[in-house]
Design a protein around this ligand. Sequence first.
Ligand code: C2O
Ligand code: CU
Length: 556
Amino acid sequence: SQTRYYKFEVDYMFWSPDCVENIVLGINGTFPGPPIRANVNDTVVVEVINNLSTEGVVIHWHGILQRGTPWADGTASISQCPINPGENFTYEFKVDKPGTYFYHGHFGMQRAAGLYGSLIVDLEEGKKEPFQYDEEINLLLSDWWHTSIQEQEVGLKSNPMRWIGEPQTILINGTGQFNCTSLDKYNTSSEHCEWKDQCAPFVLKVEPNKTYRIRIASTTSLSALNFGIANHTMLVVEADGNYVDPFETSDIDIYSGESYSVLVTTNQATTQNYWASIGVRGRKPKTSPALLLFNYLPNSVAKLPISPPPETPKWDDYDRSKSFTNRVLASAMNTTKPPPIFTRRISLLNTQNRINGKFTKWAINNISLTLPSTPYLGAIKFGLNSTFNQTPPPETFPKNYNIKIPPPNPNTNTGNGVYRFRSGEIVDVILQNANALTNNTSEIHPWHLHGHDFWVLGFGEGKFSTADETKLNLQNPPLKNTVVIFPFGWTAIRFVADNPGVWIFHCHIEPHLDMGMGVIFAEAVERVREIPPYALACGRTATHNVVPIIPQPKPP
Ligand code: C2O
Ligand code: CU
């Protein structure tokens, strides 16, 4: 095993991801950030230098479990203090599982500003994957707005709230075309779609009769996506860094925070090129699908395919989404089966609410998460009880809550209490969806857990009931780090609290998290070994054992 060093200088810069110039959060002058590639058991060291003039920054390694290094999880207010402008922070962690991952900002809405890149962990040198392929293609999907995250955030906090709306463009590896409809994108003489470097149409050069492993990860701020290739099927082999029982499909749904590997064989007529498209699902799309050209070599790129781009399935065909999601099951080689019983079950009701009858928020068991200024990891380790609510949030919600109607009392409260787990607890979480503030509306939410993979025991309609117990899959549930809850439905997951640290569990939709859609899990923090002091240079952890806290003068 090796140590892989990276140096990341983060700064805003002018960039044209979709032929419209904006500012993006770049790393080392590029967008998306440089890919990280390592082998299992390598140590990854990333020195992050914050060149921003007025904002802190952190980087989270999405899907990396951070066993033994919870302070390197890169979550502001949870695992560390945001790195101040002009300062640097070195992340050091082991990658112990092969798979398709990515990294992204985890402070405010910096992910939506473009702070992300891919992170791929290969098997140990000399080891072979349990499936065969000739070449690899890596696609990192995101969605892009022409409004800045500052403007987006102010909108979300305003009364009435100004929603960010649908993205202007879907980006593939940071490039896309805005406002030039479908085929125009590939028409070199089109007036709308200039072929500039940063927004050139996405072309995948492939050779006929080869098998490609396409790694796809989604770091969208909002959109659920669907990826399909005309005339080709794909074999799904990996999800969130775990092998799945391989299954064939014409297209895949991918929610923010998820990743997949699919095998595609270029076995179609070699005289043609083929379209692939990536379109929006789960929300009424206002964004035109992103197109990719599978350019069968040696055909010219300019040769337009004779068959049209695959059509994205109807955005609200949830039955189709559910049947895809239900096909994702653990590979037979996966020997880690879930323990047969849970020792603790938490039911989390997802509701949209208001604060003081005004500001729109998302709440979990009627608490909308607001992060404290002192990072939890240090606060809990050192017993700084005044830094966050000591009352743990509710384990469940009222039995008679009607999930089919808007919340009868739309008002909620903000809070920052934590769920505490003893080492080894077997935790079930039932994520319960409900009606939002508007009648007959319930949204999809991709929930992501830090520090763990969890077993997805099942999905269901309506309110989870004891009758659903028997439907849970304990035989071959897939291991994932992100799972969706469907409108008006529930999702059940299980994990073992065997990774001491403080982990956020949240909706991976960036504005939803910003509006409070998350909870904090504190796991056997007493077992966390010494936290590097530089992770704790803010809030009360900065001074707790050095000087007494001097209260700030209060205005009269
Ligand atoms: Cu990819 Cu907490 O996030
Ligand atoms: Cu959400």
